[in-house]
Design a protein around this ligand. Structure first.
Ligand code: NI
Length: 218
């Protein structure tokens, strides 16, 4: 689980909120799996050219972000959903579908579009083996977490919570392998630019490439 800051700027997130206010909204249960439908009570933007323009912008920002690329190694991205929670709305504990439209969901993400001061409640709560973790980020920030987890969105008790959500199929299915590649990225970045360490960098680059070849497509 990782928080990725400034996938969108504050101004970009604000522009999306303004544009979203003019969209048509539909019942969020339309895109939930059979079991999740029973606990889902939110709204999502109905299809329209204006909605697609928003989601295309978010998609480009997510796929273009270097930290997200390094953490997720994205191979495919599902169509994104623009979701809105108003007072009393919530998404109870559920697990995301394993396959969506032919794409295996390895990682889930929520890109927060509302500033945290603009609403109360509405935390994304991710259950892990120790204790639930509550995530509420600044507008434009994203949380990436394993799709294997049980998670929920706490009820909103004031204001409005707008977010874009989506799912990633990674080139590297296993999280522990992605972590090895991530560590190599960090090591390469550390020695980059040090002339004396060039042989070290080249060995690290070779190791990263060859591990990716071994693991890609899993
Ligand atoms: Ni979910």
């Amino acid at each position: 689980m990782i928080a990725v800051q400034a996938v969108l700027s504050t101004a970009e997130a604000g522009a999306i909120r303004d544009a979203a206010a003019r969209l048509d909204w539909a019942d969020g249960r339309a895109t939930a799996g059979r079991v999740a439908r029973e606990v889902k009570a939110n709204a999502q933007a109905a299809p329209s050219p204006a909605r697609d323009a928003i989601l295309d912008k978010v998609r480009g920002a997510v796929l273009g972000h270097p930290v997200l690329r390094a953490a997720a190694r994205p191979r495919h991205l599902t169509p994104l959903i623009l979701s809105r929670y108003r007072v009393g709305q919530t998404y109870g504990l559920h697990v995301d579908d394993a396959i969506m439209g032919g794409i295996r969901t390895d990682l889930s993400f929520t890109l927060f579009l509302s500033e945290p001061e603009a609403y109360e409640g509405g935390a994304l709560v991710i259950e892990d083996d120790y204790a639930p973790r509550e995530v509420r980020l600044a507008a434009g920030d994203l949380v990436l977490y394993p799709s294997t987890t049980l998670h929920r969105v706490a009820p909103v008790t004031r204001g409005e919570r707008l977010a874009a959500v989506g799912w990633i199929e990674s080139w590297v299915r296993e999280g522990d392998r992605r972590e090895v590649l991530w560590d190599l990225d960090q090591a390469i970045a550390t020695v980059e630019g040090e002339a004396a360490l060039r042989p070290v960098r080249d060995r690290l680059l070779k190791a990263r490439s060859n591990l990716l070849r071994l693991w890609a497509g899993g």
